[in-house]
Design a protein around this ligand. Structure first.
Ligand SMILES: Cc1cc2nc3c(=O)[nH]c(=O)nc-3n(C[C@H](O)[C@H](O)[C@H](O)COP(=O)(O)OP(=O)(O)OC[C@H]3O[C@@H](n4cnc5c(N)ncnc54)[C@H](O)[C@@H]3O)c2cc1C
Length: 509
């Protein structure tokens, strides 16, 4: 079926093992030899704990049992991200994985809310969102299968220990025939005629040849950049944060089903609750804050004692000029990096793997397939970039040099158009590609006080009283559905997903 008989994955972080798990699962009917090389000495980036709902489909197609996966990776459920201090200091909102209310006669619910809000009679838009209300109360359950019910209309993701997830997928991949080699790659041999990567050589002297290489070597991009010199499209002019400090700490309080991102003077801070600990990190722009001050801000705001030394990371926002170059496909940090404000990196890994599986060479590597892959991935990266940038520019903050910098920034054309369409009557330009659908844009725009001037005039055909009654019905129904939802801790126990390392009740103060 295919002339590609050997695939070599370089790197055993989240990207490497997700690639190995998917390729060994999808192509186990082909005579495909998959080898993964990783170096314990180099290690992995060791962060990347919050995900998007799509990862559930990734796990499902591998046949992974959800409670077993959650136990093994210390995972918690995630209903969205809470953003604190982004629009104004003191503001907070949750970007949920789900819609607000339900469309009325095919008109978006937020349009009715905009009308009510203009007359000053609207409760929070969040009050019509099951995942927001459940998250705020620390509650969780799997979405209702009956799609007419309010508790069916949302998605969920996970917060997990990235190194445990890699280990979990490693077991899975090895069972499906992936061969793992431990060792450091010290040399890459190119084919003099084609320019393709022919082989990599390990410190031990072992030489690994392959037809197709998947570069999951992390920020260093050992094959895609160091060997093939593909080039990098630097997006620092839009997303200038370039450093992070990460540290886990002991958990305190109820196990919350959401990630938190708190805006700071020169960046922002994350909080990711796992079953056995809380992940924390400060992403910042070193132009406006020293490393020491960034570390100080992080360490003095931890909810419990630190469980490890803080780890510093350096990055440059952007993407590789080509994700697939010759016979090398870059997946993970080697493909590019966008700050983890909306937990998108693992999703972009998944997107890269899905596209590779769809375009996997049958006879030989086809330049048309490469072009298709690169266009698809470039658009996905660009959409995420715009969505992240929205958080920095839809704000009233001007209390530090970083926030003032964003006020005078010239936005990418694509984002300018999106904001302009929204600003007149709350309309959202539809994208062909891109992970974030209109409800996500609505969450951030309204959450950060970017109110449109008007609304869709079609909502005016509803009488005032009728509209108020219908919206109140939805709000009460949402509230009632949340009342009947267990806490996340209760649900994890009931679901058989509590990790063996520590009973959940121990996390409660
Ligand atoms: C501060 C920060 C926070 C983040 N938070 C999130 C988040 O919340 N959600 C999210 O989705 N993503 C997040 N990410 C991104 C996420 O961490 C990565 O996308 C994910 O971990 C994948 O990394 P990777 O596998 O590409 O690289 P790595 O984890 O760096 O793995 C690289 C692999 O290559 C191997 N390797 C490298 N060189 C060699 C060599 N010469 N020989 C042999 N092996 C080699 C290493 O040993 C390792 O196994 C975050 C990233 C950062 C920097």
């Amino acid at each position: 079926m295919t002339s590609i008989s050997k695939v070599c994955i370089l790197g055993g972080g989240t990207a490497g093992w997700m690639s190995a798990a998917a390729l060994s699962n999808k192509f186990n009917n082909l005579d495909l030899e998959i080898t993964l090389i990783e170096s314990d000495e180099i290690g992995t980036v060791g962060v990347g704990e919050a995900t998007l709902p799509h990862i559930r489909y990734f796990n499902q197609t591998l046949g992974i049992n959800e409670p077993e996966f959650m136990k093994s990776t210390e995972a918690t459920f995630k209903l969205g991200i809470q953003f604190c201090d982004w629009g104004r200091r003191g503001d907070h909102y949750i970007h949920p994985f789900g819609e607000y209310g339900q469309p009325i006669d095919e008109l978006d619910f937020h349009q009715f809310w905009l009308r009510l809000n203009q007359s000053g009679r609207a409760p929070r838009l969040s009050d019509y969102s099951y995942p927001v209300l459940a998250a705020e109360k620390g509650r969780f359950r799997i979405p209702d299968e009956d799609i007419t019910r309010i508790g069916s209309n949302f998605g969920y993701a996970y917060q997990f220990d990235a190194s445990l997830y890699a280990r979990f997928l490693r077991n899975h991949s090895e069972q499906n025939g992936t061969k793992r080699i431990e060792g450091r790659v010290i040399d890459v041999e190119l084919d003099g005629e084609t320019g393709n990567v022919r082989s990599v050589t390990l410190e031990s002297g072992a030489r690994i040849e392959a037809d197709l290489f998947v570069d999951c070597s992390g920020f260093r991009g050992l094959l895609i950049e160091q060997a093939l010199e593909t080039g990098y499209d630097d997006w620092s002019q839009w997303l200038p944060c370039n450093r992070a400090i990460a540290v886990p700490c002991e958990s305190r309080g109820e196990l919350l089903p959401y990630t938190r991102a708190t805006a700071r003077t020169a960046g922002w801070q994350w909080r990711i609750p796992l079953q056995h600990r809380t992940g924390n990190g400060h992403v910042y722009w070193n132009e406006f804050i020293s490393d020491d001050e960034a570390a100080h801000q992080l360490m003095t705001s931890l909810e419990g004692p630190a469980l490890a030394e803080p780890k510093q990371l350096f990055f440059k926002t952007g993407r590789r000029n080509k994700f697939w170059n010759r016979n090398v496909v870059a997946i993970g940090l080697s493909a590019g990096f966008l700050e983890p404000l909306e937990s998108t990196s693992i999703h972009l890994i998944q997107e890269g793997i899905t596209a590779l599986v769809e375009l996997f060479p049958t006879t030989e590597i086809n330049p048309l397939d490469i072009a298709e892959y690169n266009t698809h991935m470039a658009l996905n990266f660009e959409r995420v970039r715009d969505f992240l940038l929205l958080h920095y520019v839809a704000t009233q903050r001007d209390d530090s040099e970083m926030w003032r910098f964003f006020r005078s920034m010239e936005l990418p054309q694509s984002l300018q158009e999106k904001i302009a369409a929204w600003s007149s009557r709350g309309y959202l330009l539809k994208y062909e590609f891109g992970v974030f659908l209109p409800p996500s844009w609505i969450a951030v725009m309204l959450g950060q006080n970017l109110l449109p001037e008007g609304y869709d005039p079609r909502v005016d055909r509803y009488a005032d009283g009728e509209l108020v009654r219908e919206m109140e019905r939805v709000r009460l129904e949402t509230e009632a559905a949340v009342r009947n939802t267990p806490t996340q801790s209760e649900f994890l126990t009931r679901y058989g997903a509590t990790s063996d390392s520590r009973p959940l009740s121990a996390s409660l103060t």
